[in-house]
Design a protein around this ligand. Structure first.
Ligand code: PMP
Length: 344
């Protein structure tokens, strides 16, 4: 057979639907409802196509410097990927031997399991409060999502730090949603004592740039060097580097959008709770909530019929809830009105 056995039996990751229709309420893939910084639009307008004749900077020097400055790190400690998803797949390549495995919280970002399968190693889940003592020695890479997805829960940085101190392998703290939370673990990554923690961020959520495909991470120099060794030569394109740089330089725009999303989250959660839904306290730009009356799967389908897209995950730990991205107040009102209609 021309296709590897592990790939033949691979269950591919299913990303959230990207509906083509314009007039939909799209609350299913944790995108930001607000536009990116106007500085990004300006870069695109003024981008000289002649620059595309040449390959982009393989080390994304300027962007790396700007990210290092923003994170309180040195440039040598920063790596940039084609989305943080690429960084995850490079990490699986760089830090895991063929007979080792990848660990994560459970439930968590379901791509992790697929990445392990693509790498043809085992994935192991450790609930939501893992202790290093519980993790077997063959787990070489632990992916700790904080805030977690799809639950939205935030783990205190000291809890993650205690885990990492005792864990022998590499810990990637996946902070895709950290800008929406009350804290983060960046200081673990920038500490001179750090030997095994990589903190990973993305432009896709708080920076409103999911379509650009840029993520970055901060960690000890030897681990960052390993990611450089295994990446494609030109993994971040020239347009993406330029637009991401503009976004970093205008991070206050991102923070203003984050404040709006967090305020909407608070109002939305209060309303769901008033209606009897069970909502896990969220520090992300989404909530994971159990409906009061009908089944989650049924509500998901009926909302979809009304062009309102939320996310539903099958599986024993997730099937009784819906994950709803926080959009604008107007979008949340359309969702809440539709839910009230369904209850009639
Ligand atoms: N980590 C988590 C927890 C996510 O939810 C996502 C988005 N689906 C990513 C990483 C990947 O984000 P991106 O590749 O867009 O940077």
């Amino acid at each position: 057979m021309p296709v590897k056995k592990s790939v033949q039996k691979l269950e591919p990751y299913t990303p959230g639907e990207q509906p083509k229709a314009k007039d939909v309420v799209k609350l299913n893939t944790n995108e930001n409802p607000y536009p990116p910084s106007p500085a990004c639009a300006k870069v695109l307008e003024n981008f000289d196509p002649d620059r595309l004749r040449r390959y982009p900077d393989p080390e994304f020097g300027e962007l790396r410097e700007a990210l290092a400055k923003m994170c309180g790190a040195k440039a040598e400690n920063v790596f940039v990927g084609n989305g943080s998803d690429e960084i995850l797949s490079l990490a699986a390549r760089a830090f895991v031997e063929d007979d080792e495995s990848i660990g994560s919280l459970d439930p968590s970002y379901s791509l992790y399991k697929t990445l392990a399968a693509i790498r043809d190693v085992e994935w192991k889940g450790f609930g939501l409060k893992p202790s290093a003592a519980q993790v077997p020695g063959d787990v070489a890479l632990f992916l700790w999502t904080n805030p977690n997805a799809p639950t939205g829960e935030f783990a205190e940085p000291k809890t993650v730090a205690a885990f990492a101190r005792r864990f022998k392998g590499v810990v990637i703290v996946d902070e895709a949603y950290a800008d929406f939370a009350r804290g983060d673990c960046m200081s673990l990554a920038t500490s001179p004592r750090n030997r095994n923690v990589i903190v990973m961020r993305t432009f896709s959520k708080s920076f409103s740039l999911a379509g650009l495909r840029v993520g970055w991470c901060v960690g000890p120099e030897n681990l960052i060097e390993a990611l450089y060794k295994v990446k494609d030569s030109y993994n971040v394109d020239a347009v993406a580097q330029a637009v991401a740089l503009a976004a970093v330089k205008d991070a206050k725009w991102m923070r203003a959008n984050v404040r709006k999303v967090v305020a909407t989250r608070k109002r939305f959660v209060a309303e769901l709770e008033r209606r009897g839904w069970d909502v896990i306290p969220s520090e992300a730009n989404f909530v994971f909530a159990r409906p009061a009356h009908a089944r989650a799967a049924e509500i998901f389908e009926r909302l979809r019929g009304r062009h309102i897209y939320v996310r539903y995950f099958t599986g024993p730990k997730t099937a009784d809830r819906l994950r709803v991205t926080i959009g604008t107040d107007a979008q949340m009102k359309r969702l809440l009105d539709a839910l009230a209609e369904l209850d009639k």
